[in-house]
Design a protein around this ligand. Structure first.
Ligand SMILES: NC(=O)c1ccc[n+]([C@@H]2O[C@H](COP(=O)([O-])OP(=O)(O)OC[C@H]3O[C@@H](n4cnc5c(N)ncnc54)[C@H](O)[C@@H]3O)[C@@H](O)[C@H]2O)c1
Length: 374
């Protein structure tokens, strides 16, 4: 898929507006300020005090702020938008930006539902603007190394992630029905697609809330995915598990025909095979700094980046399928989730042009796999 390219360099930096000045928005402000080929043009938030406080904390008092991100981008001559708003606002803000001729780098999740995500996919096909989703773990050099190791193992039988922590966040996570699956597990689900380079088929998931949990919803979940390769991926997690906590990245085991690769989530992964292999270094950038670098590079070169929206949606589909399976008590098929989301997307769509594109997709999987040339 090709998209509109934009030249940039340290002498001619890409001017961006950051939308959303909450916790993560502040992290993005720091990343933008640190990037040599990006310039912060302004900060938008519905809460102008939050925007004001964020630019002051970033040492940029006096920078333009506004409540409408796209309008602020127009006023400041910004060339791209970084969407760090709450998930429920991702669809509206990103749609407006794309149709205003702004490429978007968006925080995960791509949108609050797969159906809204499909609408955004169609919007990029109409506008020809790049929309890349930042799943920050994708840019973890240790995960990239684990992927290179997985490539040495021959056919992969099982991949497991253990995620056991006990954070007291306060706020929205403690009131969500599925805080672990929706807010956290997407990082691991996206990582397993990245590791295997293949897509999910189905999932059986049980979620529950231990009696000592301080969450209103389900803090624990165990999900078994079947992947297209035949690999089984087992995610076993808890957000109310005190003692011997795992890394925020989880603890990983990749088990294949030729051996095993292990990653504790914090240190370099290790390869355990009968013969020695040389694992090349594959990634030089990490976290959101890495995502920003890749976004700017993609705009410069026109090369489709990892995390481009077509490629990202399946990670959210894994979350929705796991939630559905936990609700119905049976396995859920990813294709059924996609089919229902597609119908919902067409029904809910306000824009005739986006609706037309959605209606003409042969299937959602095909549309996501082979984005058309605009
Ligand atoms: N990659 C990670 O590790 C990671 C970690 C935390 C959060 N996130 C993601 O970052 C995003 C933001 O999370 P957060 O923790 O900063 O949330 P937050 O609630 O702290 O901040 C969100 C901000 O967005 C603003 N906002 C809402 N609607 C808006 C709109 N239409 N236009 C402009 N501003 C709007 C809110 O006023 C708020 O200030 C979420 O998508 C979240 O999932 C990612």
């Amino acid at each position: 898929m090709s998209f509109r390219t934009i030249e940039s360099s340290p002498a001619q930096p890409l001017r961006v507006v950051v939308a959303g000045a909450g916790n993560m928005g502040r992290a993005w402000l720091a990343a933008v300020i640190a990037a040599p080929d990006v310039e912060l043009a302004g900060v938008a938030d519905l809460n102008l005090t939050a925007a004001q406080d964020a630019i002051a904390a970033a040492g940029r008092s006096g920078l333009p702020i506004g409540s409408d991100a796209v309008e602020l981008a127009r006023q400041t001559g910004a060339q791209a938008l970084i969407n760090v708003t709450i998930p429920e606002a991702h669809h509206a803000v990103t749609t407006a930006a794309l149709f205003a001729g702004l490429p978007v780098l968006g925080e995960k999740p791509v949108a609050e539902s797969v159906s809204r995500a499909l609408s955004l996919v169609a919007a990029t096909e109409i506008t020809g603007e790049l929309f890349m989703v930042s799943q920050s773990r994708r840019w973890n050099p240790q995960l990239a190394r684990l992927r290179a190791m997985a490539g040495q193992l021959g056919p992969i039988g099982t991949i497991t992630t253990d995620f056991f922590r006990a954070p007291h966040f306060g706020g929205f996570r403690e009131h969500m029905a599925q805080p672990l699956l929706i807010d956290m597990a997407i990082h691991a689900f996206d990582a397993v697609r990245f590791l295997l380079g293949c897509e999910p088929v189905s999932v059986y998931c049980q979620s529950y809330n231990p009696e000592w949990s301080w969450y209103a919803g389900h803090a624990n979940a165990t999900a078994v995915f079947e992947m297209e390769s035949g690999t089984r991926y087992v995610y076993n997690g808890s957000w109310c598990s005190a003692g011997a906590e795992t890394s925020w990245n989880g603890r990983w085991r990749v088990s294949g025909q030729n051996g095993t690769a292990l990653w504790n989530g914090d240190d370099a992964p290790t390869l355990h095979t009968a013969t020695e292999s040389t694992i090349p270094d594959t990634s030089h950038y990490s976290g959101i700094d890495g995502a920003l670098h890749v976004f700017v590079q993609a705009l410069r070169t026109g090369q489709r980046p990892s995390g481009e929206v077509h490629e990202n949606v399946m990670s959210l589909a894994m979350v929705e399928a796991a939630v559905q399976s936990a609700r119905i008590g049976r396995p859920a098929r990813i294709d059924a989730v996609l089919t229902r989301a597609h119908a919902d997307a067409i029904r809910a769509e306000d824009r005739a042009d986006v609706c037309h594109v959605l209606q003409n997709w042969p299937s959602v999987r095909d549309a996501l796999a082979t984005p058309p040339e605009p």
